[in-house]
Every structure is written in C-alpha cells, then in structure tokens.
Design a binder for this molecule. Structure first.
Ligand code: FES
Length: 124
C-alpha cells in the first residue's frame, strides 16, 4: 500500500527511499559489450559471454553486460569492450572463455588491464 504524502518532508523521505532502490545508477556500473556478430559467434563469442557472466556472478560484481553486432575486426574475434567509468575504453580480442575469466578477475575486479589481449584503446 502506498503512503500518503501530507507534507514536503514526506515527499523528501519518499524520494530518498526511491533513490536507494534505484542506485547505483546504470551509468555508474562497469559495462562490458560482447560482439555477437556472425563471425564473433563462429569464433566462440557465446562461450566468452557465458564465462563472463558466470565469473561476474561468482565474484558478485556490479557489471552491465550487453551484446552488439559486428565490432569490425573479424580476425580478432571474439571481441569485447570494457568500459570502466572514468577510464579508457578497452577492446579485447581473441577472448576465449579463459581469457574472459581473466578479464573479470583482473580488469573488472581489480582495475588491471589484461595487456596481452588488448586490441584497441579509446581514451576517456
Ligand atoms: S562480425 Fe566480426 S568483424 Fe564483423
């Protein structure tokens, strides 16, 4: 049942409660974008995606994982982009399930870029 609002103070309290429910906002989270174009899938992007989700769950990290189509470097598939708010956007290539797990434990959990799989970097 919803509470009745009788004063400005009631309204402020309600707003504070709702803000708690909706934070952290999506924009504050790390984002991972997985290239799921046909050649990405053929190269194993589904395995990379499943390994990513599994490891993110195990580590209980707040990460938004989405998928996109062709990223544009077929020979480096599977490709994923990692966007940490306030940092450079990193594109990783040849992301096998093991590499995906490594990216989660090093980059997403500890902020350390997995250099051997970096194929692109866009400065913030
Ligand atoms: S689908 Fe991979 S580069 Fe186009």
């Amino acid at each position: 049942m919803s509470k009745k609002i009788n004063s400005l103070e009631d309204l402020r309290k309600l707003r504070a409660e709702k803000e708690k429910l909706t934070s952290p906002r999506e924009g504050d989270n790390i984002q991972v974008i997985v290239g799921m174009g046909t050649c990405g899938i053929a190269a194993g992007a589904r395995d990379a995606m499943l390994a990513l989700l599994d490891e993110i769950n195990k580590k209980n990290l707040k990460v938004n994982v989405t998928q996109t189509g062709c990223i544009g470097m077929c020979e480096k598939e599977p490709l994923i982009d990692v966007i940490v708010p306030g940092k450079s956007r990193i594109t990783y290539g040849n992301v096998t399930a093991d590499v995906a797990k490594n990216i989660v434990s090093q980059h997403l959990a500890n902020g350390q870029i997995v250099q051997q799989n970096v194929v692109g970097k866009i400065e913030e």
